[in-house]
Design a protein around this ligand. Structure first.
Ligand SMILES: [Zn+2]
Length: 194
C-alpha cells in the first residue's frame, strides 16, 4: 500500500480527464502498459485510425495487422457499448471511489446529467470492476483505498501489486456483470453492503 494517502480532489481529476482524448490515452496506458496489443490474437502489430460515424462522431479505433480485428480502447471492458463519453465515466469512478458512504444512482444522475437508468448502470459496472480489482480506483482516479478490509485487503495473495498490473481485470465480461452479487442492489450503490 502506498504510504502517501493524499487523495486527488474532484478538481484535479476533472482537469486531468476533461477530454475524451485524455481519458483514452490514460485508459490505453492502463490496458496496454507495454504498448498496444490486439485483444483477439495478442499481436503487437496494431494500427490506429479514426473512423467518422454517420453522426459525424469520431471514433478512435485500432486494427490488428495480423488478424484484421478492429476494436476500440473500450471494447470488452466495463465501458463497452455504453455510448457515454469517458469523461463522464471517469467522473463517476471518482465519485464512487471517493465516497466513504457510497453514492446513490440518484446522486450520480444529478451530478453527471444522465438518466437514472444510465446512472444505475454505470455504478453497477464500476462496482463490479472494483470488486474484481483492488487497484481499480487507484488506476483510474488515483484514489488509494485505505480500508484494509476492502475487497479482501491490499497486496495479499494473487491480487498483490506485482500481479495486478499484468491482469486486464478491467476487461469485465458481460457474463460477470450479469452474475454480479450487486445485481439486486438498486439504491446506495456505492455502499459495501450492496
Ligand atoms: Zn489480432
Amino acid at each position: 500500500m502506498k504510504s502517501n494517502k493524499k487523495q486527488p480532489s474532484i478538481f484535479e481529476v476533472f482537469e486531468q480527464f476533461n477530454t475524451e482524448e485524455r481519458c483514452i490515452s490514460h485508459f490505453e496506458r492502463i490496458r496496454w502498459p507495454h504498448g498496444l496489443r490486439c485483444i483477439r490474437c495478442d499481436s503487437e502489430r496494431v494500427m490506429q485510425f479514426d473512423s467518422h460515424g454517420k453522426t459525424g462522431k469520431v471514433r478512435h479505433l485500432y486494427e490488428c495487422v495480423d488478424c484484421r480485428y478492429q476494436y476500440s480502447v473500450t471494447t470488452g471492458t466495463i465501458f463497452h457499448d455504453s455510448h457515454l463519453p469517458l469523461t463522464k465515466w471517469f467522473l463517476a469512478i471518482y465519485m464512487i471511489c471517493s465516497a466513504k458512504k457510497g453514492v446513490s444512482a440518484a446522486q450520480l444522475k444529478r451530478e453527471l446529467k444522465t438518466s437514472y437508468e444510465t446512472a444505475w448502470y454505470m455504478a453497477h459496472r464500476i462496482r463490479t470492476a472494483m470488486s474484481e480489482d483492488v487497484h481499480f480506483c487507484e488506476k483510474f482516479s488515483g484514489i488509494v483505498e485505505a480500508d484494509e478490509t476492502y475487497v479482501g485487503g491490499k497486496g495479499k495473495g494473487p491480487r498483490g501489486r506485482s500481479t495486478a498490473s499484468k491482469v486486464p481485470v478491467i476487461a469485465v465480461r458481460e457474463r460477470n456483470i450479469r452474475q454480479s452479487p450487486y445485481a439486486g442492489c438498486r439504491e446506495r450503490l456505492g455502499e459495501r453492503a450492496c
